[in-house]
Design a protein around this ligand. Structure first.
Ligand SMILES: Cc1cc2nc3c(=O)[nH]c(=O)nc-3n(C[C@H](O)[C@H](O)[C@H](O)COP(=O)(O)O)c2cc1C
Length: 340
């Protein structure tokens, strides 16, 4: 039986354990230039020292106006590669593998003068009114994703995660609520996502797995549910996704009935359903910071990997401390052995 500290291999990616740091925006770029700073270095390398198997760098955007804020990371320029490479190299030296989440915020780009989106539909009445991308511009966005992925590969990342969740651009294309286009990208709601996947794969080494984060259910009135997301995830799997990272929501104002209780492990049933329906590895995330619970999700085969977000913001050594609590073997940095 596997547990949190069993190794995991997919294609050429070998993880020493099943613990993932999920992408978490730090809004900590200094000069609006999208370049990672000393904060990012300390933040990610601490979690590598802390025993995390896979560190996924926060939402990193394919163009300046594709960012939630001007203080987010970007990979639209070669100038952004070296600072990321320094983080990757340091994480590697402490035994972690490193991924990066490549994204475009679409209509949720708060600092863009006029955000772009599949259709000119604002997120809510307080949000900026986006404009619809032309068909040519949509094709251009695919190429921006391609270029950002190529730069991530150059920076030495071990895997790439496409952000297809939380109401950002890829999600906006596959959701019928936000995509009302009448061109090919509206007639076929997953076309944009599939083209981005194919472009990413073309830039990645053959043995590098592609991760994709999706919202398995939407929380808005008339939003899609798990059956619809299983169907579109199947199309993304066929296009080349190797692992799904299962989240939920983010596409618009939450419906009157609210969101499902954000209790411990609230998204695990969604991860399990996608895993079983598509026979594909999944990362579960969402209030999984209790070590016994996280371990049970792996032991019960509900997910292949467990991501701990806020738990790792509180404690960069979450993985080491969890090994100690569960009495599992893990490599503790020599300097810290007395602490354990
Ligand atoms: C500060 C912060 C920033 C986040 N930024 C991102 C992000 O860049 N991309 C993403 O997909 N999710 C993001 N999330 C969501 C987390 O990856 C994770 O799914 C969520 O926090 C639930 O997991 P948790 O209960 O373990 O924190 C963010 C969450 C937090 C708390």
């Amino acid at each position: 039986m596997n547990d949190l500290f069993s190794p995991f291999t997919i294609k050429g990616l070998d993880l020493k354990n099943r613990i993932v740091m999920p992408p978490m925006c730090q809004y900590s770029v200094d000069k609006k230039d999208g370049v990672a700073t000393e904060w990012h270095y300390m933040h990610y390398v601490s979690r590598a020292i802390g025993g995390t198997g896979l560190v996924i760098v926060e939402m990193t955007d394919v163009e300046p106006d594709g960012r939630i804020s001007d203080f987010d990371l970007g990979l639209w320029s070669d100038d952004q590669i070296p600072a990321l490479k320094r983080i990757v190299d340091a994480c590697h030296s402490y035994g972690a593998k490193v991924g990066i989440q490549i994204a475009h915020a679409g209509r949720k780009a708060e600092d863009a003068e006029v955000p772009v989106a599949p259709s000119a539909i604002a997120f809510d009445e307080k949000s900026k009114q986006p404009r619809a991308l032309t068909t040519e511009e949509v094709k251009g966005q695919v190429e921006k994703f391609r270029a950002a992925v190529a730069r991530a590969v150059q920076a030495g990342f071990d895997t790439i995660e496409l952000h297809g969740a939380h109401g950002y651009l890829i999600h906006q294309f596959h959701s019928p609520l936000t995509n009302k286009r009448d061109d090919e990208y509206g007639k076929d709601l997953t076309l944009f996502g599939r083209q981005v996947i194919q472009a990413a794969k073309a830039e990645m080494p053959e043995d590098m797995p592609l991760l994709m984060r999706i919202s398995a259910i939407e929380y808005v009135e008339g939003g899609y549910g798990i059956q619809e997301s299983i169907a579109f995830a199947k199309e993304y799997q066929d296009a080349g996704v190797d692992v799904f990272h299962i989240s939920a929501g983010g596409e618009g104002p939450i419906a009157a009935w609210g969101r499902p209780g954000t209790h411990a492990a609230y998204q695990v049933p969604l991860a399990k359903q996608i895993k079983e329906s598509l026979d594909i590895p999944v990362i579960a995330v969402g209030r999984l910071d209790d070590p016994i619970l996280a371990n049970a999700v792996i032991g019960n085969e509900e997910a292949d990997l467990v991501a701990v977000g806020r738990g790792m913001l509180r404690n960069p050594y979450w993985a080491l401390e969890t090994a100690s609590k569960l009495k599992k073997e893990t490599q503790i940095p020599r300097q810290y052995t007395t602490g354990f």
